[in-house]
Write a protein that binds this ligand. Structure first.
Ligand SMILES: Nc1ncnc2c1ncn2[C@@H]1O[C@H](COP(=O)(O)OP(=O)(O)O)[C@@H](O)[C@H]1O
Ligand SMILES: [Mg+2]
Length: 258
């Protein structure tokens, strides 16, 4: 698959009524990399992701896509949701088929479904119902459905936040392997520091609202070669934590001193 597409956010600002959520965001999402948007709850991560994905028009600024989507791409900017967003009355394969129906002839649909089920380890569950899957398997299905459209950019909004910690850690490894294999450009939202350094090549800390780019950190180790004990990852996590703590302290000082 292709790794050619990048996104550039230029001067993004947004407010909901009186609430200023994002302010002057300039951000390059590099091709074939995972860019993590990290920050405390309410800082505007999902809003920025929706703007990057074209679901929300920003009050100011624009998003430009560079590069050519991969062959057979049905939806260049594709979401993976925290709550999985599966249809309970459709079997596993039919949940994937949903995004392909009316867009591809049946044989090609079936080939794609088989391909993404294999990629996410769900081949044996094609005929199961979503309710028969564990939480982790449901999100593997969420990823499979997203990959079935051959996206150019995968936009993931806290995809593992609904899962228990062991499942979450296992799926981090699985998703890292899948993303590495596809070479996809990803934007990955999380509030979890460990997850940020596990999944990200480029980690962007958003400051407290209105979200600005506070701190940025690069991790060159390929996703497939990262280990929990890697001192470089633990040092990166500490650096991110310091950045978040400093931002929170600055906000407290503003309150203290007016
Ligand atoms: N559609 C909306 N209308 C009004 N306020 C919103 C809307 N979406 C989000 N907000 C507010 O904007 C802020 C940022 O939200 P969000 O981007 O979801 O933050 P995050 O994903 O970082 O937790 C929050 O205070 C939230 O309540
Ligand atoms: Mg959010």
């Amino acid at each position: 698959m292709s790794a050619a597409v990048s996104l550039r956010a230029e001067g993004i600002s947004h407010r909901f009524g009186p609430l200023e959520v994002l302010s002057g965001i300039d951000l390059e999402i590099r091709p074939g990399e995972v860019t993590v948007l990290l920050g405390p709850s309410g800082c505007g991560k999902s809003t920025l992701l929706a703007i990057l994905g074209g679901l929300l028009k920003p009050e100011r600024g624009r998003v430009v896509m560079h590069g050519t989507p991969p062959p057979g791409c049905l939806n260049p900017l594709t979401y993976v949701f925290q709550d999985f967003a599966l249809l309970p009355w459709r079997r596993v394969a039919a949940n994937i088929s949903l995004v392909l129906e009316g867009r591809l002839p049946r044989p090609e649909r079936e080939a794609r479904i088989a391909e993404v089920l294999a990629l996410t380890g769900l081949s044996d569950f094609a005929h199961a119902w979503p309710r028969q899957l564990s939480g982790g398997m449901r999100q593997r299905l969420g990823i499979a459905r997203a990959l079935a459209v051959r996206p150019a950019v995968l936009l993931m909004d806290e995809p593992l936040s609904a899962l228990d910690t062991p499942t979450r850690l296992l799926l981090q490894d699985e998703f890292a392997a899948t993303i590495a294999r596809t070479g996809l450009t990803c934007v990955y939202v999380t509030h979890n520091l460990g997850e940020a350094v596990r999944m990200g090549h480029d980690i962007v800390v958003l400051s407290r609202r209105p979200g600005r780019i506070g701190h940025r950190l690069r991790l060159e180790t390929p996703l497939a070669q990262r280990h929990a004990e890697d001192p470089a990852l633990r040092a990166a996590e500490a650096e991110l934590w310091n950045a978040i703590r400093a931002d929170a302290a600055a906000a407290t000082n503003e309150m203290d001193h007016g």
